[in-house]
Design a protein around this ligand. Structure first.
Ligand SMILES: Cc1cc2nc3c(=O)[nH]c(=O)nc-3n(C[C@H](O)[C@H](O)[C@H](O)COP(=O)(O)OP(=O)(O)OC[C@H]3O[C@@H](n4cnc5c(N)ncnc54)[C@H](O)[C@@H]3O)c2cc1C
Length: 471
């Protein structure tokens, strides 16, 4: 019997994988394929590569339990898939849809390549609740989140996930790379994340269960507290498609919650922000590379390598910023509010282009996502669709006073300040003399602030206002 190729992309799971379910239902032998795409457009940062390694390992194990081999190949996906089809005489090629211009083109080219043959190519929605072309206003995309979300949830929202196929007919073993030869784990990241994360479908479901049973109830208020494990931490699992938003949605409803509960509503709305980021990427494919609002195109940006380095390494002398950036380096993850805070600091107070921040996040986040990262950076820089207005500049001092009042989070990541009382920890430069009695001399034990927050804020406001005026 001619086999079916299932091309796994960012849907590294067995349950609610509609391409795999379809393959199983065809009753033909299945080839499970993952292609490590070496094209420039598919570049993946270091932390994400660590995750991918472990996620593929987990997927291979789950497939093996069903008797299937995970075939690993490296190169250009189109070349590899067409070669594999020839090698095996496959009759079907199935995959989950992705939404960047490059990823969509891959699917389109594959369909075109086989269009004059008897080979069936089909793609499935494995990543989203609302595919980008389904929620429009007079055939145009929504440019603001809230009306888009209202419209999206006003329709059919009875999302159901599909269980993993109970049996899948395996194809005979064929040539495959080994995961280790891809060397996805650089010594740089290798050891650091091991005890923090469990990549893979089982790890994602476990974390989801924990969130559902212990955190969702208070999510709306706890999600802002930096020292608290109050959010789902599902972003890397969702990014790699180890769990699906349909799964999350149904499980939330099955547990008796709905959009009417504060915690659940807030969580589902955040899933909505993820969806909206893909929506923007689909309708505005240059989102990761160009200002969505072009009025800022000629804005002068700082070129200071020293400032950028201080930001990246958590040496700015602003405790909350340093804590967040060091936590990112150590864990591959950061709270949403802190992403906004460090983004605001980089683009507004330090005057660096948002692309510098995006690139750093891309390399260091385990959930680095082309859509959410670009939407997040453009939002905070004020250049994006439905962006924060340029005059909204986060004040890291009041943010930490409000959301880390005791300085617990700061002390965890900036141990230089661990003996400093809460009253002085948020803005240590205002208490330089007092700090000495807690063993901290500014400029020696902990840096002086890189910029004066008030002055740099005003300079940013002036810079932006000038461009808004010209527009
Ligand atoms: C500058 C900046 C860059 C960002 N880069 C990324 C990125 O590369 N990858 C990424 O997944 N998210 C990104 N985000 C969004 C958000 O910060 C993370 O999704 C969230 O912090 C992940 O933590 P969590 O899983 O505990 O989220 P929760 O608060 O538990 O939310 C549940 C899920 O909703 C989604 N979500 C939550 N907030 C957002 C948001 N603002 N935008 C889009 N989706 C959201 C995520 O998939 C998340 O897992 C970025 C935000 C900013 C401001």
């Amino acid at each position: 019997m001619r086999p079916t190729i299932v091309w796994f992309r960012r849907d590294l799971r067995l349950s609610d994988n509609l391409a795999l379910a379809e393959a199983a239902s065809l009753g033909k032998p299945v080839i499970a394929l993952y292609v490590y795409d070496t094209n420039e457009e598919a570049h993946m940062g270091g932390a994400s590569q660590w995750w991918l390694h472990h996620s593929l390992k987990a997927l291979a194990k789950s497939l093996q339990e069903k008797g299937l081999q995970l075939v690993l190949r490296r190169g250009d996906p189109l070349t590899i898939i067409t070669q594999l089809q020839q090698e095996t005489n496959a009759s079907h090629i199935l995959w989950g849809r992705l939404y960047s211009a490059y990823e969509r083109q891959l699917g389109e080219k594959l369909k075109k390549h086989f269009s004059d043959s008897d080979i069936i190519t089909s793609s499935f929605n494995n990543s989203l609740l609302f595919e980008p072309w389904t929620v429009l206003k007079d055939n145009e995309p929504y440019k603001v989140f809230t009306p888009w979300w209202k419209k999206a949830i006003s329709g059919e929202i009875d999302f159901k996930y599909t269980k993993a196929p109970s049996s899948i007919k395996p194809y005979k073993n064929i040539a495959s790379d080994t995961l280790n030869e891809w060397q996805l784990i650089s010594p740089h990241w290798g050891h650091k994340f091991d005890d923090q994360w469990t990549p893979g479908e089982q790890g994602g479901k476990k974390r989801f269960n924990f969130f559902l049973h212990h955190l969702i109830e208070n999510y709306a208020k706890d999600r802002d507290l930096f020292a608290k494990d109050g959010t789902s931490k599902l972003s890397p699992h969702l990014h790699f498609g180890e769990i699906s938003p349909r799964y999350c949605w149904q499980r939330v409803y099955d547990a008796g919650y709905s959009l009417k509960n504060k915690g659940a509503e807030s969580f589902l709305r955040e899933l909505g922000w993820r969806e909206y980021s893909y929506y923007l990427l689909y309708h505005f494919p240059t989102l990761p590379t160009e200002n969505w609002r072009d009025i800022y195109n000629n804005m002068p940006w700082s070129q200071s390598k020293a400032d950028l380095k201080a930001w990246q390494t958590g040496q700015t002398g602003i405790p909350l910023i340093d804590a967040a950036m060091r936590a990112l380096w150590a864990t591959g993850w950061m709270h949403n509010r802190l992403r906004m805070g460090v983004g605001s600091f980089l683009t507004k107070n330090l005057g660096h282009h948002w692309k510098k921040g995006l690139a750093w996040f891309d390399d260091t986040l385990v959930d680095a996502d082309e859509a959410s990262n670009a939407a997040g950076w453009q939002w905070i820089a004020g250049s994006g669709a439905d962006a924060a207005p340029y005059f909204r500049i986060f004040n890291p001092t009041s943010q930490s006073e409000k959301f880390d009042p005791e300085g617990t989070y700061i002390k965890q990541w900036v141990p230089e300040l661990q003996h400093v009382p809460a009253a002085y920890i948020h803005a240590p430069w205002e208490h330089a003399e007092k700090l000495k009695s807690y063993g901290v001399e500014l400029g020696k034990d902990y840096p002086h602030p890189l910029v004066d927050l008030k002055r740099s804020r005003q300079e940013a406001l002036d810079r932006y206002a000038e461009f808004v005026k010209k527009a």
